[in-house]
Unconditional design. Structure first.
Lengths: 292, 515
C-alpha cells in the first residue's frame, strides 16, 4: 500500500465524518452548490455587506502595489506588458471560464498532471488575469500543503495560512487572507501548521470556509492551487470542494497515459478543460537588444 | 498522428531553443572533430591514363568456321588480370620508388596490395581507363604512367604471343592432318592392293555377270534336257533297226549279170539259132562274165586265206552297214557328245556362278571399307587444304604483330601530374563539419520529438485524447531570465565565432602548407 492510498483511505473516513456532521447541520449534499446554500452558516463578518460593486472593490485595501518591473521580475502578468501575448492568453482563458459559468462566481481548482511540475505560476497568473477586471476580485488559496509555492512566487512572507485557520478555530478568516501587492488579488497561503493534509480538507471547517469565501462576494473568484493530482490524495479530495477543475498539461512532460489518468481522477463532469502550458517561447531577437 | 509541418517546425525550434547549450556542445564537438579529421586526412592525388584498345583477337577470325575461340568479353577483367599480375606489380614497386626502404617480402606484399587497392581500372568500349590514387602527386603520376606503359607492352607481347600461339596451333593442326591424310592414303593403297577388284562399279558388273550366268545356266539346262530327250529317242529308234545289211557282192553282181544275160540268151534261142550273132555275143559275154566272176572268187579266196593266215577277220564285202542305223547311230553318238558337253558346260557355269557369288560377297564388304577410307581421305584432305590456307594467313598475322604493324593498344590520354587532390579532402571535411554540426543535433532532436511519447503538440490533447483545450500558454520569462538567455546567446554566439575562427585558422594553415 502506498502512502497515497493510505492517505486516501483516511481522507475518505474523515470525509464521511465531515459529511455526517454537515448533514447534522443541514441535510444538503456537500457540493459547491450546497456550499452556496450554507450562507447563513457563516459566522464571521456578518455585518459586512455582501453586495459587491466596482465602487466597493475600488475601496478595497490592496496594500502596497507592486510596480510593473517587480511584477515582471516575479513572472506575473500585468496589463502593460511589452509582450502582451501571454497576458492576452490568460485574458482569453478568463473569458472562457466566465462564459462557462455565466452569472456566478466559482471555485476553480488548478492542478497539474505531472509530479514535480507545480501549477502555481499558472494559477497565480490566472487569478491575476481575473483581477485585471475592476469588477472582479480573485482569491488564491494555496492548497499544496506539502509543497507550498505561492509565497515564494509572490516574494512574501506570511505568518498564518490555511492550516492555521483550520486548526485554530479562534483565527478569523481575515487574518489568513493576505494582500499580494496586486490589485484585487488576495491570497490564503498554506499556513504554518502542517500535519496530515487530508484531515484538514475533509474537515467541516474547510467546507465552511469554502462556502463562506464563495458566497461572501459574488464577484470573488476563488482559485485553488493544488499539488499534482496524480500523486496527491489532497487534490483528489479538493475536487469535491470546487466547482470545476482545470488540468495543466505541461509541454513535453506528460504522456497521454498520465493525462488520461489525471482526467480519470478528476472525473469528466468536474473537468472544465485542459491548459497546455509551459510551452517554450522563442525570444524575439532584435539585433540592438544583444549589446544592450 | 500527423502534424502540420508548421507545427513540427515550431516545436522543433522550441526544443532546439530550450536545448541550445546541448545543441551548441554537439555542434562544437562535431565541427571541431571533423575539422581535426580533415586536417590530418591524407591528400589523395589521382592520375589517370586512358588506353585505346582494339579488342579483336587474331585467333578468332583465323579460326572462323573451323574452331570457335573463346572470346574475351571482359576487357576490364582482362586488364586487371594483366596489371595486377606479378610481373607488372613488381616492376611498379621498383620504378615508383617503393623499394627504397628495402622492405621485407611481407611488406612488399602489403605494398602491392595497397597499390592494387588504389588502382582503378575502368573498361569501356575499347577504352581502358587506369587511375591510380596516391598521397604523393608525383608518385601517382609515375605509377600511372608506368602502369599504362607496362600494360601496353604486356598487351603487345601477349598479342604477339597470341598470334604466335595461333600460328603454332594451326601449324600443329596442319601437321596432324597431313599425317592423318598420309595414313589414310596408305590404308587406301593397301586396301586396293589387297582387294584388286575393289573398284567402284564392280558390284554392278558382278551382278550383271551373275544374271547372265544364271540365264546361261538355264539355257544350257534346257539344251541339256533337249539333248537328253533326243538321245533317248534315238536310242529307241536304234534298237528297232538292224545294224548290218548284206549288200550284193561283185561275184553276185556278176552272177546276176550272167543270169540276166542267160535269160536274154534263152529268149533269143527261142527265136534264133545258136549261131545267131547276138546269141554268140551273148554267149561270149557270159563267158567273160564267168571269167571275171571266177577271178573275183579267186581274189576273194586269196583274201580269205590271207586273212586266215594273218588271223584277221575277213569282212565280206557284201556285208555292209545299215545306212539308217548308221545315221541313227551317228546321231545318237552326237547327242551323247552334246549331252556330255552340256553337262560339262553346266558344271563350269555353276562353278563360275559360285565364284561370282563369292566375289559379290567379298566386294560388298570391301566396298564399305573402301567408302569409309575414301570418305576419311576426302574429309582430311579438305581440312588439310583449309588449314593450309589458314596457316598462311596466320603466318601473315604473326609477322604483322611481330613488326607491330597490327598495333592494337594506344595511349589515348597520357597520365598527368595531378595538381588538385581528389576524393574527400579538407574542404569537404570543413563543409561537412559545419553542416553536420548543425544537422546532427537538430536531427537528434527531431528524432526525439518523433519517438518521445511526451505531449508536445496541443492537437494530441484536443484530437487524440478528445479533451477540451482551454488555452496554450507559453513560458513567461522574467527580465532576469531574458537577460540570462541573452547572456547565454552571447556566450553561444562567441562559441560559434570561436569555431569559425578555428576553421579559418586551420584553413589558413592548410593553404599556406604549414599543416
Amino acid at each position: 500500500m502506498s502512502k497515497i492510498e493510505d492517505a486516501l483511505n483516511k481522507a475518505k473516513k474523515s470525509r464521511d465524518n465531515g459529511l455526517t456532521s454537515i448533514k447534522a447541520v443541514n441535510s444538503h449534499e456537500t457540493s459547491p452548490s450546497s456550499l452556496r446554500s450554507m450562507i447563513p452558516l457563516s459566522t464571521d463578518d456578518s455585518g459586512v455587506q455582501r453586495e459587491s460593486s466596482t465602487k466597493e472593490i475600488s475601496l478595497m485595501d490592496n496594500g502596497e502595489i507592486l510596480d510593473k518591473k517587480e511584477l515582471a521580475e516575479l513572472k506575473i502578468i500585468h496589463s502593460e506588458m511589452s509582450d502582451n501575448k501571454i497576458a492576452n492568453t490568460y485574458r482569453d482563458l478568463r473569458t472562457k471560464l466566465i462564459q462557462k459559468n455565466p452569472g456566478k462566481n466559482f471555485i476553480a481548482m488548478i492542478t497539474s498532471c505531472v509530479p514535480d511540475q507545480d501549477s502555481s505560476p499558472t494559477t497565480l497568473n490566472l487569478a491575476t488575469a481575473f483581477s485585471f477586471d475592476e469588477s472582479k476580485t480573485s482569491l488564491l488559496i494555496d492548497c499544496n500543503l506539502n509543497n507550498p509555492k505561492l509565497d515564494a512566487l509572490l516574494n512574501m512572507e506570511t505568518d498564518q495560512g490555511l492550516t492555521d485557520y483550520l486548526e485554530d478555530n479562534s483565527i478569523p478568516v481575515d487574518s489568513i487572507m493576505h494582500k499580494t501587492g496586486i490589485k484585487r488579488l488576495k491570497t490564503i497561503p498554506a499556513g504554518t501548521a502542517r500535519e496530515t493534509a487530508t484531515e484538514y480538507f475533509t474537515s467541516l471547517r474547510m467546507r465552511q470556509l469554502m462556502s463562506d469565501l464563495l458566497t461572501r462576494y459574488s464577484d470573488r473568484y476563488i482559485f485553488l492551487d493544488t499539488a499534482p493530482i496524480n500523486e496527491s490524495a489532497d487534490t483528489r479530495i479538493l475536487v469535491e470542494l470546487c466547482d470545476f477543475v482545470i488540468l495543466l498539461v505541461p509541454y513535453g512532460m506528460a504522456t497521454k497515459g498520465k493525462v488520461s489518468a489525471a482526467v480519470e481522477a478528476i472525473g469528466k463532469d468536474k473537468l472544465l478543460g485542459i491548459v497546455f502550458n509551459d510551452k517554450p517561447k522563442l525570444p524575439k531577437f532584435r539585433f540592438s537588444n544583444i549589446f544592450r | 498522428m500527423n502534424f502540420a509541418f508548421e507545427d513540427i517546425i515550431k516545436v522543433l525550434a522550441g526544443e532546439v531553443f530550450s536545448r541550445r547549450n546541448t545543441v551548441f556542445a554537439l555542434f562544437f564537438i562535431i565541427s571541431i572533430s571533423l575539422l581535426s579529421v580533415g586536417s590530418v586526412w591524407p591528400k589523395r592525388y589521382t592520375s589517370t591514363s586512358s588506353i585505346l584498345a582494339d579488342a579483336s583477337d587474331i585467333l578468332q577470325p583465323l579460326m572462323e568456321g573451323t574452331a570457335e575461340a573463346t572470346r574475351i568479353n571482359d576487357q576490364k577483367g582482362n586488364a586487371q588480370e594483366i596489371i595486377f599480375g606479378e610481373k607488372i606489380m613488381s616492376q611498379i614497386l621498383e620504378e615508383a620508388g617503393w623499394l627504397e626502404d628495402n622492405p621485407s617480402e611481407i611488406e612488399k606484399a602489403q605494398l602491392k596490395e595497397r597499390i592494387e587497392n588504389n588502382i582503378t581500372i575502368d573498361g569501356g568500349k575499347g577504352l581502358i581507363k587506369i587511375s591510380y590514387r596516391d598521397s604523393d602527386p608525383m608518385r601517382a603520376y609515375i605509377t600511372t604512367k608506368r602502369i599504362a606503359e607496362l600494360f601496353i607492352e604486356e598487351g603487345e607481347n601477349s598479342k604477339i604471343n597470341e598470334s604466335q600461339a595461333a600460328y603454332d596451333f594451326i601449324e600443329k593442326q596442319v601437321n596432324e592432318y597431313l599425317e592423318k591424310l598420309t595414313k589414310v592414303e596408305e590404308q587406301l593403297r593397301e586396301f586396293r592392293s589387297n582387294n584388286p577388284d575393289a573398284r567402284p562399279g564392280l558390284e554392278t558388273e558382278v551382278a550383271n555377270r551373275i544374271t547372265r550366268l544364271t540365264g546361261d545356266i538355264e539355257k544350257t539346262h534346257l539344251e541339256l534336257r533337249e539333248a537328253m530327250i533326243r538321245s533317248e529317242s534315238l536310242k529307241k529308234q536304234l534298237s528297232g533297226e538292224a545294224a548290218i545289211t548284206i549288200s550284193q557282192s561283185k561275184e553276185g553282181q556278176y552272177r546276176l549279170k550272167i543270169a540276166d544275160l542267160q535269160e536274154q540268151l534263152e529268149t533269143l534261142r527261142l527265136d534264133y539259132q545258136d549261131t545267131y550273132p547276138d546269141i554268140i555275143r551273148l554267149k561270149h559275154r557270159i563267158e567273160d562274165l564267168k571269167l571275171s566272176m571266177n577271178a573275183e572268187i579267186e581274189v576273194l579266196n586269196e583274201a580269205k586265206s590271207k586273212a586266215a593266215s594273218s588271223g584277221g577277220v575277213y569282212m565280206d564285202e557284201s556285208i555292209v552297214l545299215n545306212p539308217l542305223y548308221q545315221k541313227l547311230r551317228s546321231d545318237a553318238s552326237k547327242s551323247e557328245t552334246q549331252i556330255a558337253t552340256l553337262h560339262a558346260r553346266m558344271n563350269e557355269m555353276n562353278k563360275m556362278l559360285e565364284n561370282e557369288y563369292e566375289r559379290a560377297k567379298r566386294i560388298h564388304g570391301g566396298e564399305a571399307s573402301l567408302a569409309k577410307l575414301t570418305r576419311n581421305y576426302q574429309v582430311n584432305q579438305e581440312i588439310y587444304q583449309d588449314l593450309l590456307h589458314r596457316m598462311e594467313r596466320a603466318r601473315v598475322s604473326k609477322n604483322l604483330d611481330r613488326e607491330n604493324q597490327g598495333l592494337t593498344f594506344k595511349i589515348q590520354e597520357p597520365a598527368k601530374i595531378p595538381l588538385i587532390p581528389t576524393g574527400i579532402r579538407f574542404l569537404h571535411f570543413m563543409i561537412a563539419g559545419l553542416i553536420l554540426g548543425v544537422m546532427i543535433p537538430i536531427g537528434l532532436i527531431y528524432f526525439m520529438i518523433q519517438v518521445d511519447p511526451k505531449i508536445r503538440f496541443s492537437q494530441i490533447i484536443s484530437k487524440d485524447l478528445d479533451l477540451p483545450l482551454l488555452a496554450e500558454i507559453s513560458v513567461l520569462s522574467s527580465q532576469s531570465d531574458e537577460r540570462k538567455i541573452k547572456n547565454n546567446f552571447l556566450f553561444l554566439g562567441v562559441g560559434v565565432i570561436i569555431v569559425f575562427i578555428i576553421y579559418g585558422y586551420v584553413s589558413w594553415l592548410k593553404i599556406t602548407g604549414q599543416l
